[in-house]
Design a protein around this ligand. Sequence first.
Ligand SMILES: *[C@@H]1O[C@H](CO)[C@@H](O)[C@H](O)[C@H]1NC(C)=O
Ligand SMILES: *[C@@H]1O[C@H](CO)[C@@H](O)[C@H](O)[C@H]1NC(C)=O
Ligand SMILES: *[C@@H]1O[C@H](CO)[C@@H](O)[C@H](O)[C@H]1NC(C)=O
Ligand SMILES: *[C@@H]1O[C@H](CO)[C@@H](O)[C@H](O)[C@H]1NC(C)=O
Ligand SMILES: *[C@@H]1O[C@H](CO)[C@@H](O)[C@H](O)[C@H]1NC(C)=O
Ligand SMILES: *[C@@H]1O[C@H](CO)[C@@H](O)[C@H](O)[C@H]1NC(C)=O
Ligand SMILES: *[C@@H]1O[C@H](CO)[C@@H](O)[C@H](O)[C@H]1NC(C)=O
Ligand SMILES: *[C@@H]1O[C@H](CO)[C@@H](O)[C@H](O)[C@H]1NC(C)=O
Ligand SMILES: *[C@@H]1O[C@H](CO)[C@@H](O)[C@H](O)[C@H]1NC(C)=O
Ligand SMILES: *[C@@H]1O[C@H](CO)[C@@H](O)[C@H](O)[C@H]1NC(C)=O
Ligand SMILES: *[C@@H]1O[C@H](CO)[C@@H](O)[C@H](O)[C@H]1NC(C)=O
Ligand SMILES: *[C@@H]1O[C@H](CO)[C@@H](O)[C@H](O)[C@H]1NC(C)=O
Ligand SMILES: [Zn+2]
Length: 526
Amino acid sequence: MRTFQYGAALGVLATLASCSPKNPYIWRPARRQYGAQPVDSETLRAAIDSDALLAHARMLEDFAYRQPDPADRNRLMGGAGHNLTVEYVAGLLNATGYYDVELQPWSTLVPLGGNASFFANGVSQNASLFSYSASGNVTAPVVAVSNLGCAASDYPPEVDGAIALVSRGSCEFGQKSALAGNAGAVGAVIYNNIPGGLNGTLGQPRALGPYVPTAGISQEAGLALLELVSAGTEVTGALDVVSEIEFRSTNNVLAQTKGGNPNATLVVGAHSDSVAEGPGINDDGSGVVGILEVALQLANYTTTNSVRFGFWSGEEEGLLGSTFYVDSLSNASLAQIKLYLNFDMIASPNYFLGIYDGDGSSFNISGPPGSAEAERLFEEFFDSIGQNHTATEFSGRSDYGPFLDVNIASGGLFTGAEGIKTEEEEALFGGEAGVAYDINYHGAGDNVTNLNMEAFLINTQAIAHSVATYATSFESLNQTALAKRSVGGANFRRSLHAPRCSPSCFGGGMQRRDRFRSTKLGVMYG
Ligand SMILES: *[C@@H]1O[C@H](CO)[C@@H](O)[C@H](O)[C@H]1NC(C)=O
Ligand SMILES: *[C@@H]1O[C@H](CO)[C@@H](O)[C@H](O)[C@H]1NC(C)=O
Ligand SMILES: *[C@@H]1O[C@H](CO)[C@@H](O)[C@H](O)[C@H]1NC(C)=O
Ligand SMILES: *[C@@H]1O[C@H](CO)[C@@H](O)[C@H](O)[C@H]1NC(C)=O
Ligand SMILES: *[C@@H]1O[C@H](CO)[C@@H](O)[C@H](O)[C@H]1NC(C)=O
Ligand SMILES: *[C@@H]1O[C@H](CO)[C@@H](O)[C@H](O)[C@H]1NC(C)=O
Ligand SMILES: *[C@@H]1O[C@H](CO)[C@@H](O)[C@H](O)[C@H]1NC(C)=O
Ligand SMILES: *[C@@H]1O[C@H](CO)[C@@H](O)[C@H](O)[C@H]1NC(C)=O
Ligand SMILES: *[C@@H]1O[C@H](CO)[C@@H](O)[C@H](O)[C@H]1NC(C)=O
Ligand SMILES: *[C@@H]1O[C@H](CO)[C@@H](O)[C@H](O)[C@H]1NC(C)=O
Ligand SMILES: *[C@@H]1O[C@H](CO)[C@@H](O)[C@H](O)[C@H]1NC(C)=O
Ligand SMILES: *[C@@H]1O[C@H](CO)[C@@H](O)[C@H](O)[C@H]1NC(C)=O
Ligand SMILES: [Zn+2]
């Protein structure tokens, strides 16, 4: 267990508060008020104001912008701006004395770049790299794989010692690379199933087996090769992949109320990291600030249930921190969690007020029992304050995914990313139809000026409402379903983002580089 440098974090705060004119807000640690009144929605909401949200957001922006090297002006997992974020959040929550604050360390592999080339009978196939591929330079016959290469039985014995030629489709690229390796292939080439070239990510290496050097080629190139191979023509492939990967360490922050019944725990989460392209103030500085401010205000009140705030690292690299956290819990600890609430992007400039579609009524993907009730709680809240709202897909593509995978009910809010606002949404929420909800999504412009403060405040009040409600009682969740539920275990979805892997599961050929650069990942699926 590492020790958190409490003094250092406060030093940072003091410096900023005194020398930065745009940040007039100075946090005063809560006095411990045990015996204070029980929390309720109205009082907790009244304690939330825009100035505090803005001040925290400016702090996060500054953690990125104060980095001397322009390439570091972000809050990328494990980078300097991100580490300051972790210290800031942990320091403020710890200073209340109301929470048990823990830094949860974990490590992961991060792809840094590289390149791939693939020649068939001496002709370049214009290959692209897959992130997380193994490195290697191999020359071997090209052998076609049956079907889509998603099952071990698709790989004929001739693949042994050869370069496997596989179509995109149906399963993850990583599964194809690992199955090719299991069948003895020395490399894999995946061709697109739509016109054009193909690149993407194999995802973190997993229990399926180590990856082989893997490259992507266009549908045209792939089908031409397939035709040759199927006609019995011998095709010799020369595959050369340079794939740079680094082992990185980082921390989740966990803050749990000292009071309240731990057998009935609410977990509230947001991701502390950004992509490399910018400071990530909407994605997900907004969620971090929203739950942080609610947590700080909650410290003035008592709760019946236990509340745990989680600040997950590595969301942008594939939900890594939240997956690590869920994996770290025993079944008994998972059973204590009655509900998980996630807040990832709650202040998009061209926002909608989106609620995760926990009942599946809009997108036909529902969550574990309790998720529908969580959706309803937010719907009723927005109704009560006269705000329109809409459902947003419950796809599992943020940190609630790992919770769904172990059958924990989940809910949350979202104001939109790269999607385009519709006319209907313009009528409901204002803003501009035909324009992205967040034009700066994963870009350099995702800074404080990108925030919509109205959405930020409304959503943080909604967080306060949900925290106050569930900190008091889980009565509104289906008690029959809660009593019957079993949590834990690994299901199919879970296997998609198991993060733990040592360099050895990489199958050799790993190269390292000192500097930490962009880790933006591509598509993962067929
Ligand atoms: C709640 O806590 C904050 C932070 O410590 C403090 O500034 C504020 O005055 C407190 N409010 C009440 C009503 O106790
Ligand atoms: C950030 O913290 C992690 C975990 O402690 C550490 O491994 C890493 O070197 C730190 N990054 C920087 C830039 O100091
Ligand atoms: C919290 O603060 C105490 C001192 O008040 C310190 O001993 C402890 O290490 C801190 N923990 C974290 C995780 O910040
Ligand atoms: C391949 O990638 C390595 C590492 O990123 C780089 O040094 C090298 O210049 C690249 N080669 C080409 C031909 O792009
Ligand atoms: C590779 O790219 C070049 C230049 O765009 C093109 O002329 C050639 O046909 C491509 N080769 C294959 C196999 O797609
Ligand atoms: C890869 O292997 C080929 C054939 O053995 C060789 O000509 C080429 O120089 C090698 N590439 C590198 C970068 O070593
Ligand atoms: C990967 O594919 C995308 C979309 O087809 C393309 O824009 C991008 O340039 C490609 N990247 C590489 C490194 O080939
Ligand atoms: C929590 O549950 C455990 C196991 O069922 C029980 O022993 C313990 O007394 C419970 N604690 C509270 C505060 O209800
Ligand atoms: C909600 O939507 C209706 C219908 O489009 C609109 O008239 C109303 O102004 C909206 N309310 C708010 C608070 O934006
Ligand atoms: C925030 O991003 C906008 C848009 O890219 C840019 O014009 C502005 O300078 C940035 N703010 C700061 C403080 O750098
Ligand atoms: C509550 O859950 C039980 C068992 O899972 C189910 O049969 C029942 O229909 C649910 N009730 C409501 C109101 O959703
Ligand atoms: C945890 O629960 C799951 C499903 O309820 C079960 O499959 C698994 O075996 C349990 N694990 C342990 C260690 O009991
Ligand atoms: Zn995000």
